[in-house]
Design a protein around this ligand. Structure first.
Ligand SMILES: [Cu+2]
Length: 219
């Protein structure tokens, strides 16, 4: 899925926005929590098999954390990974998805220790380590922000079949652009293998239900 938001003149995540931002997040969360979830476990399982066969995802990345340390997909062996791609200036998709990741971690309680949530920025030019860290921590300190050189980011996105492209209005300043990007959350298992992709804005009760089932299936 791809969206084409209008380029922003100010970053979505600006400290002076925080007071405005909290009520927006609260209403977004209320909306997501209210949506019904009804997929049966059997149907979900069949869907996962189908997706694994069809996606062609190679779930590998080599990127950097906000402190500049190298992080690879192998670093989280033994734990599940929930990975989403985006950028901190994103007006809608990324905030929604990070609210979802934060809620999954919260609702899993202690079991969240077996899950690493990861936000990969496809906008390394603007998403410096400190910007990325501040952004993910706003939602939940357990969400790890990763990015890297444009080449490394491109390779990771290609591996995960994620598309992204800058969109700049004619005449806009060089650093004033939006980034179209694929949405959704990709789940990797404790063996590092691709499990499934959760579509954008799947209701939180469904996401949590799927994650509990996954944790149960691989004790
Ligand atoms: Cu986004």
């Amino acid at each position: 899925m791809s969206r084409r938001p209008a380029p922003l003149s100010v970053p979505f995540f600006a400290p002076f926005f925080a007071p405005l931002f909290a009520p927006i997040l609260a209403s977004l969360l209320a909306l997501l929590l209210a949506l019904p979830g009804a997929a049966s476990a059997q149907a979900a399982h069949s869907l996962e098999l189908l997706q694994a066969e069809q996606t062609g995802i190679n779930p590998r990345y080599l990127l950097q954390d906000p402190n500049g340390r190298s992080v690879t997909s192998e670093d989280f062996r033994g734990r599940f990974q929930l990975i989403t791609f985006g950028y901190t200036y994103c007006p809608d998709i990324c905030p929604t998805t990070l609210v979802e990741l934060a809620e999954i971690l919260k609702q899993l309680g202690d079991r969240a220790e077996r899950v690493q949530a990861i936000f990969i920025s496809v906008d390394p030019e603007r998403d410096s380590g400190s910007v990325l860290k501040g952004y993910t921590e706003f939602f939940d300190p357990r969400i790890l922000g990763l990015t890297g050189s444009p080449a490394l980011v491109k390779r990771a996105a290609d591996n995960f079949r994620i598309r992204y492209a800058k969109v700049r209005e004619p005449g806009a300043a060089a650093n004033n652009y939006a980034v179209d990007h694929s949405a959704g959350i990709i789940a990797l298992g404790p063996d590092g293998g691709f499990i499934r992709k959760f579509p954008f804005a799947m209701p939180i009760p469904e996401l949590v239900g799927h994650m509990k089932a996954l944790l149960d299936s691989r004790p």
